[in-house]
Design a protein around this ligand. Structure first.
Ligand code: NDP
Length: 443
């Protein structure tokens, strides 16, 4: 049995109670096996055993008082997974489903995504089983202040720089930052996703959607093609979807579909993105409102964007939303490229099918890394105490996404899987971390 498989088997035995973490580790380790086998020094240095074990896990009690005067107690976590390339970096998820397995899965994936950006950031993730939905602003503030009272001893601009994630938006980042500053008496870039007047970066809002389109644009240009004249189907109508749609349309594509959790729209003439912005970002309404004012549009309840023929599919809503039947329909209708904007929107079975059928498949780990890349650029601006213009940040973002595409494509070709960007992204992300860990000794 090979080294990689032994490590996977050992993990499965040791962490049988952490299914999400096992799934992620199994997927990554299996696909990097050719790169690991090519370098026996990794095994001598127990590199994989160290890679799968977080450098530090912090778990703590988060007591706070609700509006009824009752004491509530949540669990807080920070997984400081790997700092070979820089300070730990990754979001804080506030959701009732949060547990150690999910945070270890996300933290592990983050190591490779962050490595791909080429920026000096390690991998981490954290959060709590606190649910901000339905809580008053005062309750959310009380939770955030209690959470940060403990977390502040473990993080810092050169140590660990958390960001937002599900349930942690601008409001929560503000409360967390305020409490850090109050306790430490330091105004530093200890969190990213900050407001523009107090250390946030321009183009962070657009970064993930724009970055996704830059990644796909580079893939197309390698084939002598572009977005010009292409039919693009997008799912979701949130942050990632809206800015992916905006950039694809700016590059000459026709964005035909978008969706939300109740239904989806098809506008073959090209979706009116100013109307989407008004409905979803300003009024926080439903997509069904779009159909009322756009007679060329069809509105359907439920899911269905992948049933419409297109050239490029960009799933930007949620996990496991593009399933095997959707993949079959896309291939049958001639779709040539699938670019993941969301995290894990394509099921394993659908991913394998798309790759087998010759569809250019862009894994989220690579193609949605624009968000964390601009978060790292926010850290750079905070260190310099300067704010870059939108154009400067956008140009850097584009350069990073083009670089990620080539790193993944080159690694896929080097290790015998030309065109397979899933394998390529895992290997390219891994190699940089592995080389740094080897250089830094047994730590
Ligand atoms: P938002 O919450 O802004 O938007 C999510 C969108 O998806 C909403 O339009 C939502 O509809 C829709 N949606 C949710 N569930 C479903 C469903 N079951 N079927 C159809 N539509 C659904 O999130 P983001 O755009 O920020 O994130 C989207 C994905 O991208 C997530 O997987 C996230 O982890 C990932 N991601 C985000 C990054 C970022 O920078 N924002 C960075 C990297 C990854 P509704 O309006 O009804 O809620």
């Amino acid at each position: 049995m090979g080294y990689t498989q032994r490590v996977i088997d050992d993990l499965k035995e040791r962490y049988a109670d952490q299914p999400e973490f096992i799934q992620a580790a199994d997927e990554v380790l299996t696909s990097i096996a050719p790169a690991v086998d090519a370098n026996p020094a990794y095994e001598q240095a127990a590199l994989l055993e160290r890679l799968v074990e977080p450098e530090r896990i912090i778990m703590f009690r988060v007591p706070w008082i609700d509006d009824a005067g009752k004491v509530q107690v949540n669990r807080g976590y920070r997984i400081e997974f790997n700092s070979a390339l820089g300070p730990y970096k990754g979001g804080l998820r506030l959701h009732p489903s949060v547990n150690l397995s999910i945070l270890k899965f996300l933290g592990f994936e983050q190591i490779f995504k962050n490595s791909l950006t080429t920026l000096p950031i390690g991998g981490g993730k954290g959060g709590s089983d606190f649910n901000p939905k339905g809580r008053s602003d005062r309750e959310v503030m009380a939770f955030c202040q209690s959470f940060m009272t403990e977390l502040c001893r473990h993080i810092g601009p050169d140590t660990d720089v958390p960001a937002g994630d599900i349930g942690t938006g601008a409001r929560e980042i503000g409360y967390l930052f305020g409490q850090y500053k109050r306790i430490r008496n330091e105004f530093t870039g200890v969190l990213t996703g900050k407001g523009l007047t107090w250390g946030g970066s321009l183009a962070r809002t657009e970064a993930t959607g724009f970055g996704l389109v830059y990644f796909v644009e580079e893939l197309l240009s390698e084939r002598g093609e572009s977005f010009e004249g292409k039919r693009v189907n997008i799912s979701g109508s949130g942050n990632v979807a809206i800015y992916a749609a905006e950039k694809a349309a700016a590059l000459g594509a026709t964005v035909q579909t978008m969706s939300d959790s109740t239904g989806w729209i098809l506008d073959p003439a090209g979706i009116d993105l100013a109307a989407i912005h008004e409905i979803k970002e300003v009024r926080r309404g439903r997509l069904s409102e779009y159909a009322e004012t756009h007679p060329s549009c069809e509105y359907h309840e439920g899911r269905g964007v992948w049933s419409v023929a297109c050239d490029i599919a960009l799933p930007c809503a949620t996990q496991n939303e593009l399933q095997i039947d959707d993949a079959r329909a896309l291939v049958a209708a001639g779709c040539a490229v699938v670019g993941e904007g969301a995290n894990m929107p394509t099921t394993r079975e659908a991913t394998d099918y798309l790759i087998d059928q010759g569809v250019a498949f862009c894994p989220g780990k690579a193609s949605n890394a624009g968000g964390v890349a601009v978060s790292a650029l926010e850290m750079s601006q905070n260190s310099e105490r300067l704010s870059w213009t939108f154009e400067e940040v956008d140009a850097k973002l584009k350069g990073i996404m083009v670089g990620i595409y080539h790193a993944a494509a080159d690694a896929a070709a080097e290790f015998g899987h030309p065109g397979n960007l899933v394998v390529g992204a895992n290997i390219a992300g891994f190699k940089k971390v592995a080389d740094a860990m080897m250089a830094q000794g047994i730590v």
